[in-house]
Design a protein. Structure first.
Length: 504
């Protein structure tokens, strides 16, 4: 009769628990979502905080902030100011609009620059797909200032009933008005259980900010301000451009935590301890468990481990003696199933590339510029500026121009978000060399280039001759020289004619 053999297994591990977030991403709007307040597709509070757990997301967002709003807000004419067909009256009106718009930009916010407020909104927009600005109006009913609204406290409401709104626009140089029906939204902000409602910008109705109801009898101190919603996409809520990589983002975070625990607990190789023909003593069990509990810290990385095993007593023989089976203890390392010391390096690198790709950014913009030289760096910057940042600037400033300029009655100037200047004065000078030698440029054409080289502003010379091409000036000088050479001959001819006339 065969004897059944029994194999016992016991797993021993450290009782130390890894770091786990204790944050609660509770949605304070969860109990009031319904017909009026629309629930977002993702938890906005969690989306806004997720950049703190990524090693690449914040760099991409900072690149957008810097390159979209970081170069400053400026004013430009809405037409070719120096065009031949521009009348003096239109130029005067444009100069007035320019001055008014400059003053408007300068006083959009009294504590921060307008670019800083826009940067806060852009950061929210890139983290969550949504950004909000509050608009303040002056006593004349015109927009006068903006304030940042934290996206995690904002929610979008449904459309209200359509109302008739009048719009002003320029056509063939004349101001015209048109009326059309439009449906506006409401927005609600909740902080510590207190709700405040905002109107969509351009809604002419009076709204109570505490109830969200439209009531003309609302006192001024309770009248709701307006808000502008900047979103990515065409839905009720925007969706961040990196949302498709959210699983990779969390996976990379877990890989970082695993590496952190690996180094924090020291270089302790996982192993299987097998005991043949025997069993561990209770003291050995306790020692092993204490050893596992004390794994944390590099000071425990090179301790010696002593294992005591007891043989199994066999049945007594006829003489009453009892033999103990020989014990064999074998330790087999499981380190072969692990990767290198720094785990998941390739996974982390691919995750960084995926998230950077969702922003369409080259590594140069996130500090990973190890393989760039000047030529490749300039090419990467120009392509990214053309394909990413310039279109984003046009989208944001286009919305502000559409909303603000109409209410400010400004039609000949507009806002613009400035971008980088990739022009190298030395390279331009080389290109202009043949044109200068051929006399195809004027002195005033070169004043701006000379100003950038010298680091100061050089105004154009007002005299007309400095705006003429050099070849024209040379031809004029040659004509004067030739005329001067012919003058004595002309004088001699005149004297001869006089003498002939006197003889007759």
């Amino acid at each position: 009769m065969s004897t059944q053999q029994t194999v016992r297994a016991k797993v021993m591990k450290s009782r130390f628990h890894g770091p786990v977030t204790k944050q609660i991403y509770e949605d304070q709007f969860s109990e009031i979502y319904g017909d009026e307040i629309i629930a977002p597709p993702y938890n906005l509070k969690e989306l806004k905080a997720i950049a703190e757990y990524s090693s690449i997301l914040q760099q991409c967002i900072d690149a957008y902030k810097t390159n979209i709003a970081g170069f400053g807000l400026d004013v430009e004419y809405a037409f070719d100011f120096n065009g031949a067909d521009v009348t003096p009256d239109k130029k005067k009106a444009a100069e007035t609009d320019w001055t008014r718009l400059e003053d408007f930009c300068r006083h959009l916010h009294f504590d921060e620059s307008a670019e800083t407020i826009l940067s806060h909104m852009i950061e929210d927009r890139e983290k969550t797909g949504n950004g909000f600005l509050e608009v303040l109006r002056n006593g004349a009913g015109q927009p006068a200032g903006i304030e940042y609204l934290d996206v995690k406290n904002m929610r979008v409401c449904g459309f209200t009933e359509p109302i008739e709104v009048e719009f002003a626009y320029m056509e063939n140089g004349s101001l015209k008005h048109i009326k059309r029906e439009k449906r506006f939204r409401k927005y609600v902000q909740m902080i510590d259980g207190r709700k405040v409602y905002f109107k969509e910008y351009g809604d002419p109705r009076v709204m109570d900010m505490t109830t969200g109801a439209f009531d003309r009898q609302t006192p001024p101190e309770r009248s709701a301000n307006e808000a502008i919603h900047f979103k990515i996409g065409s839905g009720v809520y925007g969706v961040p451009r990196w949302i498709g990589n959210i699983v990779n983002l969390y996976g990379a975070r877990k890989a970082e935590e695993l590496n952190y625990m690996y180094f924090r607990q020291g270089r302790h190789v996982p192993a299987v301890i097998t005991v043949e023909n025997g069993m561990l003593s209770e003291a050995s069990y306790r020692e092993l468990q204490e050893y596992m509990n004390d794994l944390e810290g590099v000071e425990n990385a090179h301790k010696f481990l002593l294992i005591e095993a007891e043989g199994i007593a066999q049945e007594k023989d006829i003489h009453g003696s009892q033999d103990i089976t020989p014990v064999k203890v074998d330790i087999k390392s499981l380190a072969e199933i692990l990767q290198e010391d720094a785990l998941f390096l390739e996974y982390d690198e691919k995750t960084r590339n995926k998230i950077r790709s969702s922003f369409r950014l080259p590594p140069l913009y996130t500090g990973d510029a190890h393989e760039y030289n000047r030529a490749t760096a300039d090419t990467a910057r120009k392509i990214t500026e053309e394909q990413v940042f310039e279109p984003e600037r046009k989208i944001l400033i286009g919305k502000l121009n559409t909303l603000f300029l109409r209410d400010l009655n400004i039609f000949h100037a507009r806002l613009q978000l400035k971008g980088p200047d990739f022009r190298d004065p030395l390279e331009i000078a080389k290109v202009l060399g043949p044109f200068i030698q051929a006399g195809a440029v004027s002195a005033n054409d070169l004043r701006d280039l000379a100003g950038r080289v010298l680091g100061k502003t050089l105004d154009e010379w007002p005299e007309e001759e400095f705006s003429r091409p050099l070849v024209y000036q040379e031809s004029s000088k040659n004509a004067e020289v030739e005329a001067g050479a012919l003058l004595p001959e002309l004088q001699e001819a005149v004297e001869t004619l006089k003498q002939i006339t006197e003889r007759r």
